[in-house]
Design a binder for this molecule. Sequence first.
Ligand SMILES: *[C@@H]1O[C@H](CO)[C@@H](O)[C@H](O)[C@H]1NC(C)=O
Ligand SMILES: *[C@@H]1O[C@H](CO)[C@@H](O)[C@H](O)[C@H]1NC(C)=O
Length: 298
Amino acid sequence: MKVTEKTGQAPSWALPALLLALVVRGAATDAPTFPWRDAETREWLVCGQCPPGTFMLRPCSRGSPTACRACPPRHYTEFWNYLERCRYCNVICGEREEEVRPCTSAHNRACRCQPGFFAHAGFCLEHAQCPPGAGVVAPGTPSQNTQCQPCPLGTFSAGSSSSERCQPHRNCTALGLTLNVAGSSFHDALCTSCPNFSLSTLEPGGTRECERALLDFVFQDISFKRLLRLQQALAGPGPRPPPPREEGRAALQLQLRQQLAELDARDGALGARLLLALRDARLAGLERSVRTRFFPAR
Ligand SMILES: *[C@@H]1O[C@H](CO)[C@@H](O)[C@H](O)[C@H]1NC(C)=O
Ligand SMILES: *[C@@H]1O[C@H](CO)[C@@H](O)[C@H](O)[C@H]1NC(C)=O
């Protein structure tokens, strides 16, 4: 993770606050005061303080009030004070920060993390993404990381994201369709207009929709090992293509779908071929659920 140091976080309130705490407040005016011993007369006086944005040029004397002067450029005083000089605007916004308040005579510059980052232990860190299967409950802010939660039952999140919430599964019944693959926390429910092969072959275009549904059904949550066995069973005897690497699960699925589409184009009996291949690949459980789902009459 790349990080940038947050610069200049000196607590600018500390010193003036301390001075204010020592002040003896005058009853007559709203301006805070401070006790001051006149250098010549050795007499104790109650002097008015200087307002924010100014500093004290000269304390009061018997005949004249406290003299204040405006802070010079790039300097500030945030509170009523009797400081002899203004403080320097020492906060500099870092690489992953943006200025939220410029340096004025009454305020130090203030920075916060840029959009997409949050402050942590003096650094601006990138907002986390919620992984697949989890959704955003609260998006990240300049001061807080993204809040994630595992998708509750009936919802899903397919990708990594720092903004997406869990989405409810599609309701196939409400859409007038058949639920083909149940939704999980990682993927949506897959609906189809193919109730089963026996019925759909009577409808125009029904078979193609059923073939698509059949492949979706077979490929749901199938392990890489089983996918390989199925591919080998479909290829039959003869030279075998080199087994793809484990990461290539999606690639293998695609390859298999193409393989199956070609078979189908040749003899138009994808369902029957697939059932045979499932048997050859010793995937009896899957074969059984495919039969129950798509070929209830056979
Ligand atoms: C789906 O919709 C049907 C009909 O509108 C409704 O009866 C059912 O409760 C819904 N299912 C879910 C999981 O929301
Ligand atoms: C095929 O699906 C339809 C709709 O779901 C159903 O009415 C029919 O009974 C099914 N066919 C068989 C043979 O189960």
